[in-house]
Design a protein around this ligand. Structure first.
Ligand SMILES: Nc1nc2c(c(=O)[nH]1)N[C@H]1C(S)=C(S)[C@@H](COP(=O)(O)O)O[C@H]1N2
Ligand SMILES: [Mo]
Length: 530
């Protein structure tokens, strides 16, 4: 049956092309990884293309990704990019069987995409950033050319294995070339990883050798009763390793504190200055318990955490630079913080200098900032969502106006100004829990940074609002725990909770989305009492 056998041989041929394409793509990425490891890890093609995708993703899609994949959103994105690249590599490999040059040119084209993305990144350090993509593409294209040549070349008389009568290919020759390519590429990739790891070693060493100074102004003693002894309730001070992480960084910046600098400049700055890390540390430090909240936190969501921060009061630095608030006749109303990875966040100058504990933090709950949370220095402004205040890996502060400049998230549809909304969360019982009838302790946390929490109320189904017991309040900038002893009766029940802030205002019932300035509405959980 010639039809069947020629179909089979076509299939085998296509499979070989696909394999050649995949191997060439893998080689391209591995070589790029090696060069990135030598030049600059953040300039690797997957990182720069991923970064470009993140920056161009519509806010709603990004919100969906954060909601669906949580803190794994970046892993999902990178796997997605690799899957797309694999499909393209397979297509190019099959194309190359008949049009070898075109296939190789296709690989080069992807190198150009990577190189363009690298140059367009806000943290690009120049033309050298194209090297990983270009080198990877050149070697990948060459690999494809050779592999396909092996796959379709005339049979090697020495091995004599022929499947396809027309044109033919040498199975052994191809498999040898494929094997050599796979081994070489894997080694290149591994070596790249090794160099990447080594590049961060200066930063790691600078963090490990850092001894944090004692604060000139220690945190006020936390009252004994801030932590309720209720199983399942959020802990008052979030351990650093459990602290939520939200950022756009595909590779966490590893900044060496020894070479780090912070520049303060811009509108109304009469004495621009640049600080080194050591200069910051010699200043009087403050230590404060502050609850940080992400604007992407859904009602009842996890993107909120409380830590004991150690840092330099930011208002002092600004005053020394000559900055005045708008209410004192200053010309700048927006402070734009910029990170080493090119992120920009804008805070109202008025808020930063109104006496609240806005700071450049260097310590987080007793240790230097973890790399994930902004080592060596990050900004914090109590009462403002993270995206308008909490710049990690900060390196530049520019005084400007809200009219003149929109930072990263504002360009993408989020509000210019975003004070944290009063929120309350039920930690226990969990949604759809099945507690036994009798006394059930309902408990959780409430927060309204700057205003504090003065009351939390619980409603069972459509019943009356009942006051919950409040834990001690550490300060107005931290969350506050609460609990309520509920006499639970069998059946399905909805528990709803709402908080009142220090101004006497009850948290609004009106549900809004997280975009543009944070979710509002009451948190409720449904449980079935057995
Ligand atoms: N450089 C940089 N800083 C950043 C961000 C970022 O993407 N890049 N994200 C901000 C947002 S949206 C929040 S909510 C906080 C989160 O800080 P955390 O990851 O330490 O919890 O960091 C802020 N600072
Ligand atoms: Mo955020």
């Amino acid at each position: 049956m010639p039809g069947v056998s020629s179909f089979r041989s076509k299939l085998v041929r296509a499979a070989l092309g696909a394999l050649a394409g995949l191997l060439a793509g893998f080689t391209a990425l591995a070589v790029a990884e090696l060069v990135a490891g030598l030049v600059r890890p953040a300039a690797g093609p997957v990182t720069v293309v991923g970064g470009a995708v993140i920056d161009r993703t519509p806010a709603a899609v990004k919100d969906f990704a954060i909601r669906t994949f949580g803190e794994n959103d970046k892993v999902v994105l990178q796997l997605g990019i690799l899957a797309v690249l694999a499909l393209i590599a397979i297509a190019l490999g099959i194309l190359a069987l008949s049009h070898r040059r075109a296939g190789a040119a296709g690989v080069l084209l992807f190198g150009l995409v990577g190189a363009t993305a690298a140059l367009s990144r806000p943290d690009s350090t120049g033309i050298g950033d194209v090297l990983p993509s270009i080198a990877g593409a050149l070697v990948g294209a060459f690999a494809l050319y050779i592999l396909v040549f092996r796959a379709v070349s005339a049979p090697d008389p020495a091995d004599g294995v022929r499947v396809d009568g027309a044109g033919g290919w040498s199975r052994r020759g191809f498999l040898t070339a494929a094997g050599v390519t796979a081994v070489a590429a894997t080694s290149a990739g591994a070596l790249g990883r090794f160099f990447t790891g080594r590049q961060g070693q200066g930063a790691v060493a600078s963090r490990e050798s850092l001894v944090l100074p004692k604060p000139a102004s220690p945190a006020p003693a936390v009252p004994a009763g801030v932590q309720l002894k209720v199983p399942g309730i959020t802990v008052f001070t979030t351990p650093n390793r459990d602290f939520y992480r939200v950022d756009t960084a595909l590779t966490v910046p590893r900044v060496d504190a020894g070479t780090w600098q912070l520049r303060i400049h811009g509108k109304g700055v009469t004495r621009p200055r640049t600080y080194t890390f050591d200069q910051l540390l010699t200043r009087p430090l403050i230590e404060r318990d502050i609850t940080l909240t992400c604007v992407s936190n859904e009602v009842g969501g996890p993107y909120v955490g409380n830590a004991r921060w150690l840092g330099v009061p930011l208002a002092d630095l600004l005053r020394e630079a000559g900055v005045r608030t708008p209410s004192q006749g200053g010309t700048a109303d927006q402070l734009v913080a910029r990170s080493v990875d090119g992120m920009t966040l804008g805070s109202p100058v008025e808020d930063v200098m109104d006496g609240r504990d806005a700071m450049l933090a260097v310590g987080m709950s007793g240790e230097p900032l973890p790399f994930d949370h902004g080592f060596p220095v990050r900004m914090l402004v109590p009462g403002l969502y993270g995206y308008v205040s909490a710049c990690k890996w900060i390196t530049d502060i520019e005084l400007t106006t809200f009219d003149a400049y929109d930072p990263y998230w504002v360009k993408r549809g989020w509000a210019r100004r975003a004070p944290i909304k009063t929120q309350c969360r039920i930690d226990t019982p969990k949604p759809f829990a099945r507690p036994a009838a009798g006394t059930v302790t309902v408990a959780g946390v409430a927060w309204a940074q700057r205003r504090g929490i003065t009351r939390v109320q619980i409603r069972v189904d459509d019943g009356p609002w009942q006051d919950a017991d409040l834990a001690a309040q550490a300060g107005t900038d931290t969350w506050r725990q609460w609990s309520y002893r509920w006499d639970a009766t069998p059946g399905g029940h909805t528990l709803t909770v709402r908080a009142t802030d220090g101004t006497g205002r009850i948290q609004t019932e009106q549900r809004t989305r997280t975009i543009p300035d944070g979710a509002s509405g009451w948190h409720g959980v449904f449980v079935t009492v057995t």
